[in-house]
Each structure stands twice: as C-alpha cells, then as structure tokens.
Design a protein around this ligand. Structure first.
Ligand SMILES: NC(=O)C1=CN([C@@H]2O[C@H](COP(=O)(O)OP(=O)(O)OC[C@H]3O[C@@H](n4cnc5c(N)ncnc54)[C@H](O)[C@@H]3O)[C@@H](O)[C@H]2O)[C@@H](O)CC1
Ligand SMILES: Nc1ncnc2c1ncn2[C@@H]1O[C@H](COP(=O)(O)OP(=O)(O)O)[C@@H](O)[C@H]1O
Ligand SMILES: [K+]
Length: 505
C-alpha cells in the first residue's frame, strides 16, 4: 500500500473530482458518511456528540457528520472554531445545510472561554484540522486542543482523518496535538501514524476507503509504502515439485558465545523453519553440544576458542554458502572483530548483519565500509543510534536511515512497531505485522534466522527483507493469539512460522 504525502492526498482528491463522476461536495458527503457508519457501529444515541470543527474541509466533514448523526437520532452539539475568516467552499456549503436543518445545534468558539461544559457520557469528535495542517497550532486554538485533551480520561475522542495538530508527513513532536482514542482516516495511512513518537496520539487507526481514483493511486510514485499481503504475494515463490535441498541454498549462521548460545539456537531454528536447504552454524566450543542437541537439523562448525568465535573467516575465500547471517549472541571480543574484518575482506555477497555484529561495526566504523553491497542490517533503535548517531525526531531519524541505506547501498531496517525498511533506491517500507508481545529477548535473533534463510533460497535482499519481516511479525501475531502477548516467547514465534507461511501469504 502506498503512503502519500499531504500534497499528494490533495492531488488524489482533486484528480478524483475531475476524472470520476463525483463532485467535491459529494466526496465530502461520502467521507463523512463512512465516519458516521463507523460511529454508529461503536456508539449508541445515548451518548451526546460534541463535534469541534475547523473552517477547512476537515471541519466540513464534521459539519456533514453533525447533520447525518442528527438525522439518525443522535443528539449533536457542533462547535465551529473561528480561526479564520476564509472558510473553504465546501465548509460554507455544509454549514448552510446544517443551519437549514438543525440551526440550534450550532455554536461558535472564538476563544478559550467559549469552551463548553461536557456531560459525563459525551463523545468528542475532532474535525478541527486534517491534512491541511502546515504549521504548529498556537494561541487560543492550542488552548482548545489542550482543553479537549484534558477530557481524555472521561470522554472518548474520535479524530477525523488526523488528530488535529498532527502534520501528516512531518514531525509534530512538542506541538499541541489532539490525543485521540480513535482516528478515522480516509483511504491511506499517513506517514505520521507510523512514527513511534506519535504512538500516544492516534489511538486505534481505522482506514476508511472513500473511492479515490485507482488510476491516480497506481500511477503516482511514492517514497513510502506499507507492506501488505498484495506485495507479499508478488514476492513469495512456492517450492517446485522436483526441488532438492540444493535448490534452496546452504546458509551459514555465525553466532553465539558463552552464555548466549540460545541466540544462535533461536536463529538456527527460525532459519530452518524458513525453508533453507541446508544450514551450518558456526559456534564456539561451548556451543557445540547445545546446538547439536537443540537443533539436529543444523550442521555445526566449531571454533578453536571455547567461549567466543575467533576464526570464522577461515576458508571463506572458497566457501559456497548462498548466504551468511552473523551477530546473534556473538559478543564483541577483539578476536571476533578481527575475524569479521578478515571475513569482510573476502566475502562479497549480501549478508544479514545483526546484534553484536552491528555493535562491532559501531566500535570499528571502518568495517562498515567493507560490508558487501545489498547486505541487510537489522538494528533496533539503540543499535541504530550506536551505528549512525542520534536524531532530533522520528522524521529526522527516517531521513538518516534512508541516507545511510542509499549512500552505502545497503538495506537497513529499524525495528519497532512498524519496522521501517530503507532501500538503496531511497524507498522506505513499513511493516504492519507484529505486536508488543515480540518485545522479548530473542525475537530479533529469530528475525535474523528468517532473513538468512530467505536470502539463501535465492530471494533478493529486498524480497527477503519485506517477506521476512512480514512473516516474522505474522508468526508473532499467531504466537500472541495462542499464548497472550505477555506469555509468548521468541520460541513461540518460531513455532508460529508454519501457520504463518500457510495463512500469511
Ligand atoms: N474533496 C476533498 O478535498 C476532501 C477533503 N476531505 C477532508 O479535507 C481535509 C483537508 O482539508 P483542507 O485542505 O481544507 O485542510 P484542513 O481542513 O485540514 O485545514 C485547513 C484550514 O486550517 C487552517 N490551518 C492550517 N494550519 C493551521 C494552523 N497551524 N493554525 C491555524 N489554522 C490552520 C487553514 O487556514 C484552513 O482554514 C482532509 O483532512 C479531510 O478531512 C474529505 O472530505 C475527503 C474529500
Ligand atoms: N511493539 C512491537 N510491535 C511489533 N513488533 C515488535 C514490537 N516490539 C518488538 N517487535 C519486534 O521484535 C523484534 C525485537 O528485536 P530485538 O530488539 O533485536 O530483540 P532481541 O535483541 O532480544 O533479539 C523486532 O523484529 C521488532 O520489530
Ligand atoms: K481532525
């Protein structure tokens, strides 16, 4: 699914009005009608509705909702914020229609003292600003936003299109923004919804299709995308009937140190459960028995050192692995760094680099230059900061992520609720699957195994990345459904992989 900027959304609206048989007034009726249908499914007429409207088209949506809800038997009070003397054309039209039918329901707010008392069971609808927000809200308008937020614990707040004050494709951190319980957004996810810094502002997001032009949507290129099952279906390649294990590649996982052999085991198991043909695991001596007993389907190569890996570069000039994954539980010993340096000197195919291997790259930045092109780096936010430095806000961090991916020709993902995946061509994909139950030790090791397994099977780095992160989150969602977010462990994500491949594609 494409993620459009506020400007592109305006263009999509205009294109739809010009090229399909619908007027802008009717498009607004349709958009507000969708919100009203959603609203009626969630709230009964026992709750009086307090709708706050701005003077643009977002306010216009609110005015249509006020009329439709009253037609459907709801008690509605509409408050128009007088922040401008230039209402939009459709706002003016919809205000006239509301005035014609329900004049006594309309009130005006010119400053903070006009803010109404709300009855205990009222629901607030926020239709103040939508995609037209271009700068922070200030003065008494900011006061109104704070006043609405003060009601958050007692009253449900439903925002139309965007929580007012939030800018669709920029950072709104430290700006006054409505803290909604629900956001009913039209047609597209907005970039702002995917930023961790906005997590407390949107509440539950519901995307309501309003029939914007499919022609505009498919012909307009975007930088940002949300991975969905349509994309995943184009990536997935079913196994062929005459396949043998050689068809699906031989992967090497370099992982584990004393006390962290579990990380290597988790990666190995998930790699095998992702369809790899053959798997070898390179571990220190302390990991040999553990690995052989825990995962008999993997072969084991043992380092000369007892506690950590020191010689995994040996013989790699002529090794025939299809993919290497390195990092889970690796530790950051100097001898491990030396071996990594020598590995990078001879290994030129894409690798998956995670955890302590990333930490080694931040300790020895010159190694970062040697990482093969098209490799996949999988930092969580702390590892990312160690590697590339800190940022002012989430948009700056996305820019930094993308800059590093483009300039180094790498795929870099930034883990989180909507893991962001930056590609060397400048595009950024967000992944919607997964849940907070995956915020548990070992989840990332499982991802490394999956990515390495897919890369070994011949998926390109981009395909392995989008597919792997999707299926990892999907398996995590199945694990949470079975065990709860609290009780699930990283091992449950691996157990969910079978069903995820069956149902999640
Ligand atoms: N035909 C269309 O274009 C459709 C538009 N729709 C709605 O229209 C919205 C976009 O409408 P608009 O482009 O009119 O924009 P908005 O209604 O989001 O905001 C524009 C108004 O806010 C004011 N404003 C912006 N930033 C401000 C600030 N920081 N402080 C004070 N005032 C500020 C502007 O002066 C203008 O009056 C969407 O979010 C959606 O809700 C929907 O009805 C779907 C169809
Ligand atoms: N709240 C969340 N929603 C969705 N996915 C999450 C959430 N928290 C963590 N995850 C996923 O779980 C994984 C955690 O990885 P990481 O932090 O590296 O764990 P570890 O180092 O313990 O293996 C990442 O893929 C991340 O995207
Ligand atoms: K709004």
């Amino acid at each position: 699914m494409k993620i459009f900027s506020a400007e592109q959304i305006r263009e999509a609206d205009q294109f739809t009005i010009q090229h399909t048989p619908i007027s802008s007034s009717d498009l607004m009726e349709r958009a507000a009608g969708k919100c009203v249908s959603w609203y009626e499914d969630h709230f009964t007429p026992d709750h009086p509705v307090y709708i706050f409207c701005g003077k643009g088209n977002n306010g216009g949506d609110g005015l249509v909702m006020a009329r439709l809800l009253q037609q459907h038997g709801y008690t509605v009070n509409t408050f128009i914020l007088q922040h401008s003397n230039n209402p939009s054309k459709d706002h003016t039209l919809k205000l006239q229609q509301l005035t014609d039918h329900y004049p006594s329901s309309i009130h005006s707010i010119g400053d903070l003292s006009d803010f109404p008392e709300l009855p205990a069971n009222a629901v607030i609808i926020d239709a103040i600003f939508g995609t037209g927000m271009s700068r922070p809200v200030e003065g008494w308008l900011a006061g109104i936003i704070h006043r609405i937020n003060d009601h958050r614990l007692q009253h449900t707040i439903v925002s139309v299109d965007l929580p007012s004050g939030m800018i669709a494709d920029e950072s709104s951190v430290h700006f006054p923004v409505i803290q909604a319980h629900y956001t009913l957004s039209f047609e597209f996810y907005k970039l702002a919804f995917l930023l961790p810094e906005n997590a407390m502002l949107t509440g539950e997001v519901h995307i309501l299709p309003i029939g914007l032009s499919p022609e505009y949507i498919s012909n307009t290129p975007t930088r940002y995308h949300l991975t969905d099952s349509t994309i995943i279906k184009t990536i997935y390649r079913p196994r062929t009937p005459f396949a043998n294990k050689g068809t699906y590649g031989h992967a090497l996982l370099i992982a584990g140190s004393y006390g962290k052999i579990g990380a290597a085991v988790l990666s190995a198991k998930s790699c095998l459960r992702s369809g790899v043909g053959l798997l070898s695991c390179y571990v220190p001596q302390c990991g040999y028995d553990i690995m052989q007993i825990s995962e008999p389907c993997a072969m084991c190569i043992v380092d000369e050192n007892t506690h950590y890996n020191t010689h995994f570069h040996q013989g790699m000039e002529s090794a025939r692995y299809k993919a290497i994954g390195i990092g889970p539980g690796l530790d950051t010993q100097t001898a491990t760094a030396k071996s990594l340096e020598r590995l990078l000197a001879v290994w030129k195919s894409p690798m998956v680099i995670d955890a302590d291997a990333l930490n080694l790259l931040s300790i020895y930045p010159s190694l970062l230059q040697e990482v093969p092109k098209n490799s996949i780096l999988t930092p969580h936010p702390k590892e990312f900061e160690r590697l590339f430095g800190s940022s002012q806000n989430d948009i700056d961090r996305l820019e930094l992520l993308s800059r590093e991916a483009v300039s180094r020709h790498l795929y870099i993902l930034l883990k989180g609720r909507y893991t962001a995946m930056a590609c060397p061509d400048g595009s950024i994909y967000f992944n919607p699957t997964g849940n907070p139950g995956m915020a548990t030790g070992g989840s990332g090791d499982v991802l490394t195994g999956i990515l390495t397994g897919l890369l070994a099977q011949g998926y390109s780095s981009k395909e392995a990345l989008l597919f792997g992160v999707w299926i990892h989150g999907y398996a995590g969602d199945l694990a949470a459904a079975e065990h709860s977010q609290e009780a699930m462990t990283a091992a449950d994500i691996i157990n969910g992989l079978g069903k995820a491949f069956q149902e999640g594609i």
